[in-house]
Design a protein around this ligand. Structure first.
Ligand SMILES: CCCC(=O)OP(=O)(O)O
Length: 300
């Protein structure tokens, strides 16, 4: 499946209600307009009423008075985040979306127990990339939330990624645990964690996927590179999911795929009561639309 396939799948599901925190942003509202056109969702837009209304009036007049749009005024980004999180926490909306607000500010609100979005699971960011000339979607985690996860947190991150990949139709995702080398080096923590996670998968502690690592990026995604280096496994060269060791690797991979490789992306946070659409503020409206579609597919 490619990302247009994800949109198609999302349109076949019940229409979701999406709460957006700080919706006063051109690309966010363009994504909303595209989503309404696709009959993908209805929206609660939290933020500066004046700012949102002016942007809509100037650029997306078809949204004025639309039955799928409600604008709710918030005095600040903090208030917009709180109101949007409360809307999903109370069951009034099915998906939360980051608007023009820093990631940390939104996630701080999401993590507050009293707002009802926490499930006890680790929350993690999962991004699905459609890379030109690459034959399948490739998932990367975690580019935005977990800074330097330990083995236990990495197991949760794998579970969350697997849940999102399965929502796009990949029944048994292949997970490559990335490191700089493909052998265990006791001085490189990423390789030790990768070996532990691989064994946890062999022993049934991590389910519904195949895990292998440590693998370097080349032999995770290229069969030719894996064969050249003599690495043979069910995952090597065929990975669907790349588990990165730290947020720096994930965030740089995310942005290099978009800016160098011209990839398209759909990105969400998994592990909360509802999926959270979380792209970079600088991502295009098209990528925000794909992310909405991925969140809707994984919300059922
Ligand atoms: C990859 C999404 C998180 C991120 O880096 O967001 P910003 O670019 O908006 O900081």
């Amino acid at each position: 499946m490619n990302l247009d396939g994800v949109i198609k799948k999302a349109t076949q599901q019940n229409k979701a209600k999406v709460a957006i925190a700080a919706a006063e942003d051109y690309e966010v509202l363009e994504a909303v307009s595209l989503a309404v056109e696709h009959r993908l969702a209805s929206f609660l837009l939290y933020g500066s009423e004046k700012g949102i209304y002016e942007l809509i009036d100037r650029n997306f007049p078809q949204l004025i008075g639309h039955e799928d749009i409600a604008i709710i005024h918030a005095e600040s980004n903090d208030e917009a985040a709180k109101l949007a999180v409360l809307a999903v926490g109370s069951g009034n909306a099915h998906v939360l979306m980051k608007g023009n607000i820093p990631t940390a500010k939104l996630l701080k609100t999401v993590l507050k127990k009293e707002y009802g979005l926490r499930t006890g699971k680790v929350l993690s960011h999962v991004a699905a990339f459609e890379v030109p000339a690459f034959d399948r979607l490739i998932f990367v985690s975690d580019a935005a939330m977990n800074i330097e996860p330990d083995v236990e947190q990495k197991a949760h991150i794998i579970n969350n990624s697997v849940q999102i990949a399965r929502a796009t139709g990949i029944e048994l995702p292949k997970v490559a645990v990335l490191a700089a080398v493909e052998v265990i080096n006791p001085t490189m923590k990423a390789t030790l964690d990768a070996a532990a996670l691989t064994q946890m998968n062999n022993r049934g502690q991590i389910k519904n996927c195949l895990v292998d690592g440590p693998l370097a990026l080349d032999n995770a995604i290229s069969l030719e590179a894996a064969e050249h280096k003599g690495i043979h496994s069910e995952v090597a060269g065929q990975a669907d999911i790349l588990l990165v060791p730290t947020i720096e690797t994930g965030n740089s991979l995310y942005k290099s795929l978009i800016y160098f490789a011209k990839a398209k992306v759909a990105a969400v946070i998994a592990g909360a009561k509802v999926p959270i659409v979380l792209t970079s503020r600088a991502d295009s409206a098209e990528n925000k639309l794909y992310s909405l579609a991925l969140a809707i597919c994984s919300s059922n």
